[in-house]
Design a protein. Structure first.
Lengths: 399, 394
């Protein structure tokens, strides 16, 4: 009996020592050596935060008190870079006489996440195109992947309005669909509907069981698909009523519709949750821009409809089909809102979705352009700005 | 050797069992603490869990953008929030000819030292104007601890949904401590970002790993060696935000030492001119104007002779130092309000010049009004609105 206890005690201690050593090795690796990809997949929220604080310029994203995260100022990797203000691209010099400053606001499709070099993203291509046409402009790429119209508006109000900007171009809406509209149930009273029904801030970020504080256990669970990477929790911070993660999990496991989606299909959730926040945010963006003598330009969102195969988040053919079937009408609805807002406030609206070629060769996936696509997008937007007289003999539409 | 290993094993096991028992005991102790002590000793995760489990029981609720908001439907004693999280009664439908006024601001608008919601200045303003024959509904949208950042964002995301006609802004104090005590600062103004003062989740989790242990955290917080996680969570200061250090030195009576031997708080404030405050208030005013909401700015007042400085109890000398810094900061914020009102041509009410600011009965501390003070404030603001024809009698 005593021998058994002794063996048990020694094995327990050996196991604990082994586990602690393994934990220390993994922690040291994550803390000092892991690259960004590994970090975003396996690091805990605290480890991510520590890395952000220590190597600001080495992490592409930094936490932010109001937008959750933002682009790290001074970040450089290969041919990508952010300037000292955290915009993708080169440093901004003083504004020159007669120069027009255009700021492109939006999501990953403005940052042009799939385009490695900052110079090939659509805002940089737009600057080149307009300058070649003899219009003296500086184009700022203020797009941030994962941002919705909430973060775009916050960033505009708190940061961008401090710059001498003349024109703002907004291209977005996709993230609003997946991050803020797949919410069920919602209160009937529209005034009661608050963003807290979709995102829960720190609650959503720290919503993981205590054993995930262990790096070893966390890595095993993430690798086995049994838990979410903490970086995803940090970016999405979903509320319990936000059904987007569940939708994606079901698509990945090929068991959609099950669970809540047997009760209510995702299309109906989107219909119930009409884009009231998106409309309000766009209206506030437009009103604030106009009151600061900045000309707002809205651009409709383009989906790659060239083939049925184009993937985004999910890649299995049936999952892609369902995803597209859900997303297409929702994107049309968001574009409808942009059209309404542009009419209401008499501001320019470019229906890019109508003008952009249906050509799979211009896309990297369902929504993101490749370099060729970004050139095409820049050209169409540039022509629109010239043809409508927004630039080139620049006229401020607010005057 | 064999004996030594056995001895070591037994002691390791005893230590682990002992520590585990203390840890379980500490967690049980935290679980049964009242709201105030819980916020002091609980970990960030424990606070979040409790806020989640007892949504209606806490005055504040976590918010993904502004950090926290007043809890909708909160009730305690004579205080209450409506379903939208505004302090006071339900709003109901807007009646014909009714003017909706929203009071935005900090704890001096929420009137956190006044227990009864009906005695806070916005509710008294509604009563006063209605008695004068002006048909109004006044919404109290003040929130303790908020700066002009949260106020602007709240206006954009929540208040602008309501059919509001007039917005009254009264604030600036929280901007001083929470956003302007940053050192060193970037020389380029445009490179200065709120991230240098507050860091969101990064600031909330800025504690060493051993503070995950409830037993160790309680001891460290009790002896002033660690900062309560509740404070980290709500204030999420950056390491460069020196307000915390300033307060610790005043409390310990060691001011000026460390960084404050090199640079004074006044110099830090002058290096950090209120550029964000000016930007936020301008944007609030412009956005309100573009939505046909009339903005009114009200200058901030303080009671110089008050014994209490709002936040902390210090030694009398330290108290004077702290008050002097606050007063200098408030005067500067009031100048900004004046500049914005001139530049954008909107009404500015110079409340401190007409309010009996040295009357001790009208204040609970240096800036928070008593019920009587809130009444006087409401009457003076009401008269200003009537005399300047911002509202008119039926």
């Amino acid at each position: 009996m005593r021998k058994k206890i002794k063996i048990f005690l020694i094995s327990t201690i050996l196991f604990l020592i082994g586990f602690i050593i393994l934990e220390i090795i993994v922690d040291v690796y994550i803390h000092y050596f892991a690259d960004e990809e590994f970090l975003t997949q396996y690091a805990s929220l605290r480890q991510l935060v520590k890395r952000f604080q220590r190597d600001k310029s080495k992490s592409r994203l930094s936490p932010h008190p109001y937008t959750g995260y933002t682009l790290s100022p001074g970040y450089e990797k290969d041919c990508n870079k952010h300037n000292s203000y955290g915009f993708r691209g080169e440093e901004l010099e003083e504004k020159k006489d007669g120069e027009i400053w255009i700021v492109c606001l939006g999501e990953s499709t403005t940052y042009d996440y799939h385009i490695k070099c900052w110079e090939k993203a659509y805002p940089a291509q737009l600057e080149r195109y307009l300058n070649e046409k003899g219009v003296k402009v500086k184009v700022i790429n203020a797009g941030v992947d994962g941002w919705t119209s909430f973060e775009v508006l916050i960033d505009f109000a708190l940061r961008i309005t401090r710059f001498p900007v003349d024109i703002l171009i907004y291209y977005g809406g996709f993230n609003d669909i997946i991050f803020t509209r797949m919410v069920y149930p919602l209160p009937d009273n529209v005034w009661e509907r608050d963003i807290t029904y979709a995102r829960s801030g720190a609650i959503g970020m720290l919503n993981y069981p205590f054993w995930e504080n262990s790096s070893v256990i966390r890595m095993i669970l993430i690798k086995a698909g049994l838990t979410f990477p903490h970086f995803d929790l940090f970016v999405l911070n979903p509320s319990p009523g936000n059904r987007f993660p569940e939708f994606i999990v079901q698509l990945l496991k090929a068991n959609y519709p099950s669970g809540i989606y047997r009760e209510i299909p995702v299309e109906r959730i989107l219909t119930t949750n009409s884009p009231i926040w998106f409309r309000q945010n766009l209206e506030n963006l437009v009103c604030l821009a106009k009151s600061k003598s900045i000309t707002p330009v809205l651009i409709s969102y383009v989906l790659n409809e060239s083939t049925e195969k184009e993937s985004f988040i999910v890649s299995q053919a049936e999952a892609v089909r369902i995803f597209k079937q859900v997303i297409k009408p929702a994107v049309d609805e968001m574009n409808g809102v942009m059209g309404d807002v542009s009419k209401k406030y008499e501001i320019p609206y470019l229906d890019l979705a109508d003008e952009y070629p249906i050509d799979g060769g211009l896309f990297a996936d369902l929504i993101h352009n490749n370099e060729q696509g970004a050139i095409k997008k820049a050209e169409i937007i540039g022509e629109f700005l010239i043809n409508t007289g927004i630039v080139g003999g620049y006229r401020n539409l607010n005057e | 050797m064999n004996r030594f290993v056995r001895f070591l094993c037994v002691w390791v096991v005893i230590f682990l069992i002992g520590f585990l028992s203390l840890e379980i005991g500490a967690n049980i102790y935290i679980h049964f603490l009242d709201e105030e002590k819980f916020g002091h000793y609980a970990s960030t995760k424990q606070i979040i869990k409790r806020l989640q489990e007892n949504k209606g029981h806490f005055k504040i609720t976590i918010h993904p953008i502004v950090g926290y908001i007043p809890t909708p439907n909160y009730r305690k004693g004579m205080n209450k929030h409506n379903i939208y999280g505004f302090r006071g009664d339900e709003l109901g439908e807007k009646k014909e000819g009714e003017v909706w006024i929203v009071c935005v601001g900090e704890s001096t608008t929420y009137d956190s030292d006044i227990e009864d919601w009906e005695k806070a200045y916005p509710a008294q303003l509604e009563r006063y104007l209605n008695e004068k024959g002006v048909k109004v509904k006044v919404i109290n949208a003040g929130v303790d601890g908020w700066t002009s950042f949260e106020i602007l964002l709240d206006f954009m995301f929540r208040i602008s949904k309501f059919p509001v006609d007039i917005i009254i802004y009264y604030g600036g104090l929280n901007d001083i401590g929470q956003t302007r005590f940053v050192y060193p600062v970037k020389s380029k103004l445009l490179e200065r970002d709120i991230f240098s003062a507050r860091q969101g989740i990064s600031g909330a989790l800025n504690y060493p790993f051993w503070e995950e242990s409830s037993f160790l955290r309680i001891i460290l917080v009790k002896y002033g060696i660690a900062i309560p996680h509740g404070d980290l969570f709500l204030l999420h200061y950056s390491p460069e935000n020196l307000i915390k250090e300033f307060i610790i030195q005043l409390s310990k009576n060691t001011y000026p030492s460390g960084i404050f031997k090199k640079i004074s708080p006044e110099e830090i404030l002058s290096l950090n001119s209120p550029i964000w405050f000016e930007n936020n208030i301008s944007n609030l005013v412009l956005l309100a104007g573009s939505k046909e909401v009339k903005p009114v700015l009200v200058k901030y007042m303080y009671n110089k002779s008050s014994q209490s400085n709002v936040f902390f109890t210090f030694h009398p000398d330290a108290e004077e130092i702290f008050k002097k810094v606050l007063i200098g900061g408030i005067d500067e914020m009031n100048t900004v309000l004046g500049n914005v009102s001139k530049k954008l041509n909107i009404p500015l009410f110079d409340l401190p010049t007409v309010f009996p600011v040295e009357s001790p009965d009208l204040f609970k501390d240096m800036v928070h009004n008593s019920e009587e003070g809130a009444k006087v404030k409401a009457e003076l603001i009401g008269d200003f609105l009537i005399n300047n024809q911002i509202v008119s009698k039926r």
